[in-house]
Design a protein around this ligand. Structure first.
Ligand SMILES: [Mg+2]
Length: 254
């Protein structure tokens, strides 16, 4: 093992990773003093990191502006953006991974399909290009709350999103993409394997003997499921940040 910057810790070969929303903070809210204090104590004993689906700016809002110095590892967008001891590691994006040519074909198919759908209403922003994925919405992301509710009812009856996803799978069987229907009006398209397990490649070189993971959406279909079930981690399922604190105190004698 190389000389480790983590050698000062009691158990430098143990890493504890945390989901953000629902695990370290209440959903979409900010971290409490109790959670921060517990993490500061924990960091003296083991390595700690967070892994969330949001981008870094959202995580800075939730966990505090100094968060890159308070965690050994920080993973945004499931690890597409990654920091180790405050320094950025290699980042990845959807377009780099897929390449312009394949993405162009995919986008052209989506736009054509959108135009041929029978829909009661259309608004704007039907295809949103993001760093780690694309988001496709038949009614468009500019729809108002009422229009979103209307579309959701229409989709329940006519299954337009499910049929769209089936058409994409049939047209592009070899692209290695995963489709996730979530929320009211859209679905996400991203490379298979770009769930939270993606971040584990960034910690492989540090040779941890034990990697714990804490998350609140650990059942099938939840965004913590894959990393929680992964053989490389010891999974802990929590309902709230209070649960997280309680388990940490027991497990690491804080
Ligand atoms: Mg969560």
């Amino acid at each position: 093992m190389p000389v480790s910057e983590f050698a000062y810790k009691e158990s430098p070969e143990t890493l504890v990773l945390f989901d953000v929303d629902g695990t370290l903070t209440p959903a979409r809210l900010t971290v409490s003093d109790e959670v921060r204090d517990t993490l500061a104590q924990l960091r003296k004993k083991v390595c700690i990191g967070f892994v969330g689906g949001s981008d870094l700016s959202k995580q800075l809002e939730q966990l505090g502006p100094n968060v890159l110095n308070e965690f050994d590892y920080a993973f945004s967008e499931n690890g597409l953006t990654a920091y180790r001891l405050g320094e950025e590691l290699a980042s990845q994006s959807f377009i780099n991974w897929l390449g312009e040519e394949k993405y162009n074909k995919l986008a052209a198919f989506i736009l054509k399909y959108l135009g041929n759908m029978e829909l009661p209403k259309r608004r704007g922003t039907f295809l949103e290009f993001r760093n780690g994925m694309i988001n496709v919405s038949p009614i468009g992301r500019n729809a108002s709350t009422e229009e979103r509710n209307e579309f959701e009812r229409f989709d329940k009856e006519h299954q337009v999103r499910a049929k769209f996803v089936e058409a994409l799978k049939k047209e592009f069987p070899d692209l290695g993409l995963t489709y996730s229907i979530g929320g009211q009006i859209s679905f996400d398209v991203f490379p298979s394997g770009w769930d939270k397990t993606y971040c584990l490649k960034h910690v492989a070189d540090d040779g941890f003997k034990e990697i714990h993971f804490f998350g609140d959406k650990t059942s099938v279909g939840g965004n913590d499921y894959e990393i929680y079930e992964d053989p490389r981690t010891i999974g802990h399922s929590v309902q709230t940040p209070n649960d997280t604190v309680r388990i940490l105190r027991e497990l690491f004698q804080l």
